[in-house]
Each structure stands twice: as C-alpha cells, then as structure tokens.
Design a protein around this ligand. Sequence first.
Ligand SMILES: [Ca+2]
Ligand SMILES: [Ca+2]
Length: 188
Amino acid sequence: MNKRTITLIELILAIVLLGVIILSATAIDVASRYFFKSSDTKVQVLNEVSFILEHIQKNASQATGWIDDPGFKLLSSTQLLIRQDANNPPTPGDFTDDTWIEYRRQGNNFRFSPDGGTNWETLSSRIVDNPDIDGDGFPEPVFSLSPSGTEVIVTLTARYDPSASLDSKTNPEVSLQTRLFLGEHSFN
Ligand SMILES: [Ca+2]
Ligand SMILES: [Ca+2]
C-alpha cells in the first residue's frame, strides 16, 4: 500500500503558486483601471477646453463692427470683449445699442459674461498658465493679437486638478489654440 500523501513542501509550493497567480491577476486589473482612469481624465479636460474654444468661436462669428469701429476689444492678455447685436429685431446699422460680451481668465477660472459684465458663468475651473508652445521662451498669453492684426489668437490650457502639479498619467493637462479671424474688424 503506497498511499500518496501531500508533504509540507508541496503544500507550501501550492500556496506560493496560488499567491503568484492572484497577484499577477490583481496587477493586470490595477494596470487596466489606471489606464482607463488616466485616459478618462484627459478626455474630460480636452472636452472642457474644446467646448470653451467653440463657445468663443461661435460668439466671435456674430461680432458687430467694421474697420473703423471693431467689434473686438483685447483689454488684456486675459480679457476679450466681443460686441453683439442682441436686439430684437436686430439693428445692424447702429452699434451703440449693442452688447459687449466678455471672456476672462481669473486664476483657475475661465468665465463668460453674456451682458457686459453683469452676470457671469464659469465655463471651467481647471485653467492653468499656458506653456511655451511656440518655443520662443515665453508662455503663450490666453488672448493675443496676431502680428498682422487680422486675428485674435486664443490659447487655453486646462489641467485635471489645477492645484496639483502636472503628471501626464494621473493629472494630465491639455493646451488648445484657435484663431479668431477678424475680417472687417482687423486692427491695421
Ligand atoms: Ca445694433
Ligand atoms: Ca511662446
């Protein structure tokens, strides 16, 4: 009679192998969750910045004015005003009854006023300073006039958690740039 018995060594080996299998399964799970989490935060930040740039583009396309009386005012590198005719019915020949809408970066907030600074809506609370995108040694301003005076360049950077430092995996940031073609509003 040669009954097979499990030795202590075999038992320990079995436990260790089981441990290794469980650990590697957990590692894969953590890695995939980490991956989804980081891509998810990046998409969220990207959506937020692109929404703002579309918001500005849409309103800029409805600016009222012409070469001697442009419908854009670049008050500073963080403040842009756009004049619109909000009258019903519209009074296109008269700019004096029009409304200046405003976009303003204030700290981590990017805000929009539809009525000349009375009411404000916060479009994002994730805004951080722009990096130096064109490599000239200076970070890009939020709003700037192109050298030709024919476009307003809008550059915006948002970070998932603006109070924490940038980390491409856990705290990503996204910079986007758009140009508002001024047409008859050109400053030249
Ligand atoms: Ca008008
Ligand atoms: Ca630069």
